[in-house]
Write a protein that binds this ligand. Structure first.
Ligand SMILES: CCCCCCCC/C=C\CCCCCCCCCC(=O)SCCNC(=O)CCNC(=O)[C@H](O)C(C)(C)COP(=O)(O)OP(=O)(O)OC[C@H]1O[C@@H](n2cnc3c(N)ncnc32)[C@H](O)[C@@H]1OP(=O)(O)O
Ligand SMILES: Cc1cc2nc3c(=O)[nH]c(=O)nc-3n(C[C@H](O)[C@H](O)[C@H](O)COP(=O)(O)OP(=O)(O)OC[C@H]3O[C@@H](n4cnc5c(N)ncnc54)[C@H](O)[C@@H]3O)c2cc1C
Length: 652
């Protein structure tokens, strides 16, 4: 019962209203209520049990996922859940499945790229799950380089293999297939087509198509609930109207007609999904941080006074590893909220034929997807280490979370490839300054370039680092100077592509600096708004400062080499950071309670709400099938003869 007492004490000493913080975290009271209801619905239904996942074989695991997905759908229909409620229910089921691709990519692609007529035909089927769709873009030989996809869609197609699409291997009946459109002998580049791949009567694969699962992936269980697939086409014919024709059409005569829109709109679903992935980064990181924080408050090692050892959360090293991750989870939440706004805004503009913010939306979603997923993947692993040996047990929930999460650094665009997109956007922005083009949105700071190139940081004492405008300017100066330096060095190359290739490591660093600036800026912006709740804003201000100052500390080389700050100012930032950690310490457990995660969703004995870790860890060990018998299978074949042999040898 020791652990129970610890967390109750932690909760009593917090200095803000956790229920108010729950609303801020969820985004609104309504969003909170939906999430709360759906998470409890899942947690209280034994059909959604997941603690036995690690003991299942791949086939059992996959069938279990199919069962849960079908059961979830039954619940959604029975309870007449709204789209939002259904999405939250699937989220809390917490098991990657073909439905992620159906609802997350296939349906959005149809909505974004279909004509009215095509929407009328396909959407009702997809909404009722009378067809199940996946997103087949990546080929065996090409993932990042979409323009070079080899699959062609002509009247006389060649053959090619798709590789990776989730939901394709065993479940989907339809796929959005990406192929280069060839008509009248001319290649018009990559387009999306709907292709039926399985029979709606008996689920058999249609003639001319070969499909399979690509094999076991990283981690035990984890992402293996997903049937990522391989697909091979051999002279497949599809009706002309299965080219999604909202932005470009092929007439009955085979004439290609391109609407007056950027061709990059065919990549629109990727922008949508990258935005979703940023929000999801805060989910995954907050979950790991919740586990590590609660356990750090329960766990005691060394420093015994009056016979009681120190809670490991009181060690300054533990705080300096854990609290920046806590701050990052909140930072990613708010930048995700802002990205949602940006996405809605760009969508409305596109509908009105205003394409001006498309490059920024692409750069922001690509860059933020990249740095939030990288930080989250590293953060989950750090949380595992923060939990010591117990963190390595599957019952901590951390190994599975890590294994499920890490591919986020690769899917929907490899992180480095995406940062290079941001770098191109930045270099372009800098070069356009010369021609007098005024930068807007997230690059507006470049409009004050002369000031940023000349300014000096005003910090004189540690508390100055709490001033948001000083912090913001430091991040702007660092980012602007890194981008300008890259642009200058690039201009020395006669061949720009060669220069870009040569300087790409520095370009990636400049892109990271720009994206971190966005995160800091959006956190500060959030705090300038109305944030109700007793003590809530104060806590968020501390977390915002921790995110900014920790990032500064981690990338000190950038800040010093660009002369943004002096070594003395860096040392003052560290002093301030230490003081902030001490101020967050009494609130740490309440700050993770604000995520409002059920024990079912956390799936972690170390992160239990009641803190009653040890008896449950002990009980869990006995549930392992390894402990079904005291003498293991194999004893008679492999252990007994060995022992007998040793006995014989010792008698010799
Ligand atoms: C499914 C929903 C999941 C939600 C997540 C929730 C998480 C829940 C947790 C667990 C459940 C797991 C579910 C996980 C599902 C995983 C789904 C993964 C699915 C996939 O991976 S699908 C395949 C994705 N593939 C990629 O992302 C490929 C990456 N490559 C590219 O995007 C591009 O080719 C490129 C960006 C690298 C560009 O290459 P390039 O050849 O240079 O570009 P061009 O085509 O020449 O264009 C240049 C020009 O266009 C601009 N541009 C590029 N892309 C875009 C865009 N998307 N929008 C706007 N503009 C774009 C580029 O900047 C250039 O502009 P310029 O000419 O310089 O002005
Ligand atoms: C779990 C999972 C689920 C997936 N689901 C789907 C799906 O549903 N549908 C689908 O179509 N695809 C899916 N994919 C595929 C995924 O989108 C691709 O794997 C991803 O886009 C990366 O492409 P790639 O594999 O070709 O990597 P590559 O481009 O081959 O990357 C390999 C290495 O090369 C580097 N690199 C590549 N190009 C450059 C460059 N220009 N400059 C510098 N470095 C470079 C990368 O940084 C990386 O280090 C999935 C992948 C995973 C892991």
């Amino acid at each position: 019962m020791e652990g129970v007492d610890h967390l109750a004490h932690e909760r009593n000493r917090s200095q803000f209203d956790v229920n108010d913080m729950k609303i801020v975290w969820a985004g609104s009271r309504e969003a909170f209520e939906v999430s709360d209801r759906m998470s409890r619905l899942v947690a209280n239904d034994p059909a959604f049990r997941k603690d036995n996942r690690v003991h299942l074989t791949r086939k059992e695991l996959f069938k279990n996922t199919l069962r849960k997905a079908a059961y979830a759908w039954k619940k959604i229909i029975e309870l007449k859940l709204s789209e939002e409620e259904a999405g939250r229910l699937r989220f809390f089921v917490d098991e990657p499945a073909y439905t992620d691709l159906h609802w997350g990519m296939f349906v959005p692609f149809l909505k974004g790229q279909g004509t009215e007529e095509q929407l009328q035909k396909w959407l009702p089927l997809a909404y009722k799950m009378q067809i199940i769709g996946c997103y087949a873009q990546t080929e065996l030989g090409h993932g990042s380089n979409v323009q070079w996809l080899e699959t062609t869609a002509t009247f006389d197609p060649k053959t090619d293999e798709f590789w990776w699409p989730g939901g394709l291997g065993k479940v989907s009946t339809h796929a959005v297939v990406f192929a280069r459109l060839i008509t009248n002998g001319r290649d018009y580049g990559v387009h999306g087509f709907i292709v039926q791949i399985r029979s709606l009567d008996d689920h058999s694969v249609l003639p001319g198509i070969t499909i399979g699962d690509i094999g076991v992936k990283f981690g035990n269980g984890a992402y293996n609930t997903m049937d990522n697939g391989v697909m091979h086409f051999d002279h497949i014919r599809i009706p002309r109207n299965q080219l999604l024709m909202r932005f470009s059409q092929v007439t009955r005569e085979g004439k290609y007609v391109q609407s007056d829109v950027p061709r990059q709109l065919v990549y629109g679903t990727m922008v949508y999904v990258r935005k979703t992935i940023v929000i999801d980064a805060s989910n995954a990181l907050s979950r790991a941080v919740c586990i590590a924080t609660r356990y750090s408050a329960v766990r005691r090692q060394f420093g015994s006074q009056d016979g009681v050892e120190t809670q490991v959360i009181n060690y300054k090293t533990q705080q300096s590893r854990l609290f920046p991750l806590l701050a990052s989870a909140y930072a990613f939440r708010f930048v995700g909220e802002w990205l949602q706004w940006l996405y809605t805004d760009v969508t409305q503009r596109l509908a009105a034929n205003d394409f001006s913010t498309l490059p920024e939306a692409h750069a922001c979603t690509a860059g933020l997807k990249s740095i939030t997923t990288a930080a989250t993947a590293d953060g989950i692993e750090e949380c595992r280490k923060l939990c010591g040996g117990h963190g390595y047990l599957c019952s901590s929930g951390l190994p599975e979370l890590f294994a499920v999460y890490v591919p986020a650094c690769t899917y929907e665009g490899d992180n480095v490839v995406l940062l290079l997109q941001v770098a191109r956007f930045l270099v372009k922005t800098v070069s356009q300054l010369v021609s007098g083009k005024k930068p807007v949105g997230t690059t507006a700071y470049m409009g004050r370039l002369q000031h940023l190139m000349e300014s000096t940081c005003k910090v004189q004492k540690a508390e100055d680092w709490l001033n948001p405008s000083i912090v913001l300017e430091a991040f702007e100066v660092r980012s602007a100077r890194m981008s300008v330096e890259c642009a200058k060095r690039l201009s020395q190359f006669t061949n720009q592509e060669e220069g870009f290739h040569e300087l790409s490591p520095s370009l990636v660093e400049a892109a990271v600096a720009h994206c971190q600036l966005i995160i800091v800026a959006k956190f500060i912006e959030k705090l300038q708004g109305d944030i109700p709740g007793n003590g809530v804003k104060d806590q968020l201000q501390k977390l915002c400062s921790i995110y900014a100052l920790f990032t500064l500390h981690k990338h000190l080389g950038d800040f010093l080499s660009t002369s943004t700050i002096t070594p003395k100012q860096a040392s003052l930032a560290d002093d301030q950071l230490r003081s902030l950690y001490a101020q967050v310490r009494p609130n740490a457990v309440a700050l993770v309670d604000a995520f409002n995660y059920t024990d079912h969703y956390l799936g972690s004995i170390l992160g239990r709400y009641d803190g009653n870790v040890y008896p449950n860890l002990y009980d869990e060990a006995w549930k392992d099938p390894m402990n079904d018998t005291a003498v293991p299978d194999g004893y008679h074949e492999y252990i007994k003869p060995l022992l007998k042999q040793q006995l014989r040898n010792s008698r010799l």
